[in-house]
Design a binder for this molecule. Structure first.
Ligand code: MN
Length: 754
């Protein structure tokens, strides 16, 4: 190597220096974006010098890894700083004390330094094969520690390259890395909508976790693809011709689904390979949303639609921003296949997710769960147009998604989630109330800290306890920020102040007795106290008084039992609790027989309710319940033809129950839009018919559950449609819109008696 160098000119030497990143530079130039190549070259030289003498397990020079990661990052078309950070990402961790953040900051600026720092910190998160909750926290922590979305993108590329080269690692290391990839990295890529990276990660991980299963499925896919090659080619040609005829500008491609997605279906839904019919998918890319529905109409016109397999992710996008139309249809030879229809813009997002495009918008609310948070980033990082202010663009990447949460470790590596501002005391009570009550001090990252210390994400917290602790101090109530800690501290005081609580509780009890039965004597009151306390599960009345004293038993809970006891005692004494002229009100309201599903049924309480498929009742319809054998009560519309028939059958007569919709808004919430209605549309057939219907529904944000077109023996066709709706008013508004579609002659709800 040395020898070679001496015979090169200075210029040649430079060229030789950069030959390792010539592929990377080509990729960057191809994007057509304005990359600072000289900065990227400097970053490469910087990393190469630091990694010199280091080798990967495969025997390659270490620098090959950061270069490969930078190439993947270039594939996402991230900015210059991201490329530099990718090249430098392992310099802090793997090169020991030879370099520090300050040096990177000096040479490449604070942005690159922050990215490299973020990437290095993520290494400290240790994955262990644990339960789902732990893994979910791990994902959150990962995001919280990233601080900048670019850190996640680069980290995913780093992981992808590590997975591609995992073969060189020892066996146990491979398994752990593959598991971590499957449980932490792939789901994150999924939630960020980065399908392309997600699928590669899943497939690579599966190949290590279940090599036999992986091989079996990929062989099966290959076999079946060979078998159906002619069929699929024919179908593709047919679609191609029809779309060309219609004058659309489109891109048609076909692909076999990923090994992992089929693996999951087989094992999670317990299906055989033969039962998974949509192993093959055709994809049609068009220019506009309107054209997507047009193509859908053409596809449904050409092939028979498989019931329940139509998904409109354009009007109902997935939380990760995925938009597309999916439908599974049956080819002429009876072989089903899936068709995905979307615009080019939607496709880019489907492949690269949040990384595809961005623009900053302020003033958005930040929602609670992880999916919503990521969707929120997605919303901030708008997707539709290419115009963006570079400053705003940088801002958008530095969203602190978990600004309201803090993630810290226990000494064992468990992750504890606390609200922002949580202190050491909050942490202690989160672990266990006894840890909190016995706490005398704490260590953060190995150093003793005051117990009112506010915790930061990523810190390791250790609580020092002592048996001789005299318990929490009242001041702690002012320091803690979680309700949990406050409640636990209070309850400690309640326990400690038992004598006082009993006195307060007994006074309250006596007051209630006087209210219910003013004539009650001392002996009767004692007997009532004993009986009621036993009914609450206490061994003596003092325990109950104590509980009443600190609020553990509310009057709301006490009074019904106390009233019953006093009434019993009064009766035994030949009198009643309520005297003539008393204003006493009975607490018992007339009983409502409420059941699940927002329906009230006469004479039945809390039973299972289902909605009949023959008439699909929705709120607002007149309904009636039928007691099924073993499946609860089935709700029909009163005008359902099955009801007419069954009611005339004497054997069924006592199985019909009166039913009404529960108008209580609290009961209904959460079920809004959850009802299914069936419609029959009669129309003159045309190529546009299905696409017009689908488009009208999408425009009204109505979810389609099923859609089928049948010839009805006349010159017209019947379109059977199942949709999701909220109420009868909602259905009626949908019907009237559908009636306005050209060539549509009639729209009715299915299952009526005419
Ligand atoms: Mn790396």
């Amino acid at each position: 190597m040395e020898k070679k160098k001496t015979i090169l000119t200075l210029e040649d030497e430079n060229e030789a220096d950069y030959s390792a990143i010539s592929g990377l530079c080509e990729l960057l130039i191809k994007t057509g974006k304005n990359y600072d190549l000289s900065k990227i070259r400097r970053a490469y030289l910087f990393a190469r010098d630091l990694h010199s003498g280091q080798y990967r397990k495969s025997g390659e020079e270490y620098i090959s890894h950061p270069i490969a990661v930078a190439e993947l990052v270039a594939g996402l078309e991230l900015d210059t700083d991201s490329i530099c950070a990718a090249l430098l990402h392992d310099t802090l961790e793997d090169c020991g004390t030879r370099v520090d953040l300050a040096a990177i900051n000096e040479s490449f600026g604070p942005d690159v330094a922050a990215l490299v720092d973020g990437l290095t910190k993520l290494v400290t998160i240790q994955f262990e094969d644990k339960e789902e909750q732990h893994i979910e926290n791990l994902r959150k922590m990962f995001l919280a520690m990233s601080k900048d979305v670019r850190v996640i993108f680069i980290k995913l590329c780093d992981r992808l390259h590590n997975m591609r080269t995992l073969e060189a690692k020892p066996d146990d290391k491979r398994r752990m890395t593959a598991l971590e990839t499957m449980h932490v990295y792939a789901p994150l890529a999924h939630r960020l909508g980065m399908q392309r990276i997600k699928q590669q990660l899943e497939n690579l991980a599966l190949a290590y976790l279940d090599p036999i299963g992986y091989r079996e499925i990929s062989d099966d896919i290959e076999r079946r693809h060979d078998l159906n090659k002619d069929f699929l080619a024919r179908v593709r040609e047919q679609i191609h011709d029809r779309l060309t005829e219609s004058g659309l500008e489109f891109l048609l491609s076909g692909r076999v689904k990923s090994v992992y997605s089929i693996y999951r279906k087989m094992y999670e839904q317990n299906k055989s390979f033969e039962e998974i019919y949509d192993f093959y998918a055709l994809r049609v890319l068009v220019n506009t949303e309107r054209e997507c529905y047009e193509v859908l109409g053409i596809i449904h016109d050409m092939f028979k639609m498989m019931p329940g397999r139509f998904k409109d992710y354009i009007s109902n996008p997935k939380p990760n921003m995925y938009k597309s139309l999916h439908t599974t249809v049956m080819g002429r030879g009876g072989i089903p296949f899936e068709v995905q229809i979307r615009t080019h813009a939607m496709h880019k997002i489907a492949e690269y997710g949040v990384a595809a495009h961005w623009k900053y918008k302020s003033g958005e609310e930040s929602p609670d769960d992880l999916d919503n948070k990521l969707a929120w980033i997605a919303k901030l990082i708008e997707t539709e147009d290419g115009t963006r202010d570079p400053d705003e663009f940088m801002q958008a990447l530095k969203i602190d998604i978990f600004h309201d949460e803090t993630f810290v470790f226990t000494p064992k590596g468990d992750i504890i989630t606390l609200p922002q501002g949580a202190t050491v005391i909050d942490f202690a009570y989160n672990i266990h109330s006894e840890i909190g009550n016995k706490m005398v001090g704490a260590k953060v990252n190995g150093m003793i800290v005051p117990i009112d210390r506010v915790l930061q994400t990523g810190e390791i917290v250790e609580i020092i306890t002592s048996r001789s602790s005299r318990g929490p101090s009242r001041d702690w109530l002012k320091i803690v920020c979680t309700g949990e800690a406050r409640t636990k501290i209070r309850s400690w005081f309640k326990r400690e102040k038992r004598a006082e609580n009993i006195i307060i509780g007994k006074a309250e009890f006596d007051r209630q007795v006087r209210k219910i039965w003013p004539q009650c004597n001392e002996a009767q009151r004692s007997e009532a106290a004993l009986n009621v306390s036993q009914r609450f599960g206490f061994s003596e009345p003092d325990d109950m008084f104590g509980a009443i004293g600190y609020g553990g038993i509310s009057l709301h809970k006490l009074n019904p039992k106390l009233t019953e006891e006093l009434e019993r005692l009064a009766k035994a004494a030949g009198t009643t609790t309520s005297q003539p002229g008393d204003q006493q009100q009975s607490d018992q309201k007339p009983r409502r027989h409420r059941s699940t599903g927002g329906v009230i049924i006469d004479g039945v309480e809390g039973c299972q309710v289902k909605f009949a498929r023959c008439c699909n009742p929705v709120p607002g319809d007149s309904i009636v319940g039928f007691v099924t054998q073993g499946y609860g009560v089935s709700i029909h519309r009163i005008d359902c033809k099955n009801v007419r028939m069954s009611m005339s059958n004497p054997e069924h007569q006592d199985r019909w129950l009166r039913a009404v919709w529960d108008s209580d808004p609290n009961e209904k919430s959460g079920r809004a839009g959850a009802f299914e209605a069936a419609l029959t549309i009669t129309a003159i057939d045309s190529v546009r018919l299905i696409s017009d219907i689908t488009y009208a529904l999408a425009d009204m944000r109505v979810e389609v559950i099923q859609l089928n077109k049948n010839k009805n023996g006349t010159s017209e066709v019947d379109v059977h449609l199942n949709i999701s709706c909220r109420s009868v008013e909602h259905v009626n508004s949908i019907i009237s819109r559908l009636r306005g579609i050209r060539d549509v002659n009639r729209v009715v709800r299915s299952g009526y008696v005419d």
